[in-house]
Each structure stands twice: as structure tokens, then as C-alpha cells.
Design a protein around this ligand. Structure first.
Ligand SMILES: C[S@@+](CC[C@H](N)C(=O)[O-])C[C@H]1O[C@@H](n2cnc3c(N)ncnc32)[C@H](O)[C@@H]1O
Length: 160
């Protein structure tokens, strides 16, 4: 992670994460609490995922993500085809069906209060499931039985 107080993944950390998740073109990637949208854009550019979606509660951070996507297209940092597969939602990432259809659910959750995990599990249990679904979270998930929801979890072999 960078030194930013609210916390975000570095570009190198994101690349390592994607490699360990074997993120690819058949994946639908969701970042729950996507901040400025950097990880969402990187998933589209580095891995060519089918769809890359960021869900962010804070309207200002959501606006930054939308603006970053536009400027990335303008500067050709991202192709229009890749950009078409990116979307940003301003809303509650833990609401029912907020991440419907995801194959990879990521959250940088160190800063999330534990009660959000309870809402996440409830939402996970009520969502339509996909065979390739994986969940990855920066908080140790031992207390949160994702496997009981039928979801695979990934233990990262290197720190982000
Ligand atoms: C630590 S930042 C992570 C940024 C980015 N995901 C990354 O890895 O670089 C966490 C973000 O989660 C957002 N957040 C907190 N609760 C949320 C909720 N219920 N729904 C959506 N976003 C939320 C915060 O506003 C903040 O921008």
C-alpha cells in the first residue's frame, strides 16, 4: 500500500494481485470501495477483463474516478475498447446485488469496520454465483467464513 492515509493499492501491488488471481479476459472484476478507480482501470488495461467495475460510496471519489477514466482515454493510456468495459457506480458496495455477476471481488478492507464484512457476507449469500468466483480482501478473513458461502478465497503469497 502507499502512504496515503485512506489507503490505496500501488500500481506494482495491483499487478502482483492480478497475477496471483490469474485475472484474465473471462473475468468480471469488482473493486468494492474503489476510491479514485485506479485498480479498476488497471484491471482493464493490464488484464483485458470482460468487465471492470468500481463501486464507491463517496461522491467526490467517484467523480475523480470518472474524470480519471475520461483523461486516460484522452491521453490514450486506455483504448476506447478497454474503456467501454469499465464502469463506476456511486453507491453502497455492500448493498444486496451490488456485485452481481462478479467473478473476482476485491476490497482493500484494512480500513473497513468489521460490521461491513457482515453486510458483505449477507450480500454474497443472496447474490447470483459464478463458477469462477474468487474473493480477495486485505483483511485477514479467518473470522469471516467465505467458504461457507461457497466462495473460494485467495491467500496472497506476498504482501500488497
Ligand atoms: C481504502 S480505499 C480503497 C481504494 C481502492 N480500492 C484501492 O485498493 O486502491 C476504501 C474506499 O472504500 C470506500 N467505501 C467505504 N465504505 C463503502 C461502502 N459501503 N460502499 C462503497 N464504498 C465504500 C471509501 O469511501 C474509500 O474510498
Amino acid at each position: 500500500m502507499s502512504d496515503a492515509t485512506y489507503g490505496e493499492l500501488t500500481v506494482e501491488g495491483a499487478a502482483r494481485l492480478f497475477e496471483q488471481l490469474d485475472l484474465g479476459q473471462h473475468d468480471v472484476f469488482y473493486d468494492l470501495g474503489s476510491g479514485d478507480g485506479k485498480v479498476v482501470l488497471l484491471a482493464a488495461v493490464l488484464c483485458g477483463v470482460e468487465r471492470s467495475v468500481g463501486v464507491e460510496l463517496d461522491p467526490d471519489r467517484h467523480s475523480v474516478a470518472v474524470a480519471m477514466l475520461s483523461s486516460a482515454v484522452a491521453s490514450s493510456a486506455i483504448t476506447s475498447d478497454e474503456a467501454d468495459r469499465v464502469s463506476f457506480v456511486n453507491g453502497d458496495a455492500f448493498a444486496p446485488r451490488a456485485f452481481e455477476g462478479a467473478t473476482v471481488i476485491y476490497m482493500l478492507s484494512n480500513v473497513f469496520p468489521p460490521k461491513l464484512f457482515g453486510r458483505f457476507l449477507t450480500s454474497l449469500q443472496s447474490s447470483h454465483r459464478t463458477a469462477r468466483e474468487r474473493c480477495v480482501s486485505s483483511r485477514r478473513a479467518a473470522r469471516f467464513p467465505l467458504t461457507s458461502c461457497g466462495s473460494s478465497t485467495k491467500s496472497l503469497s506476498t504482501p500488497l
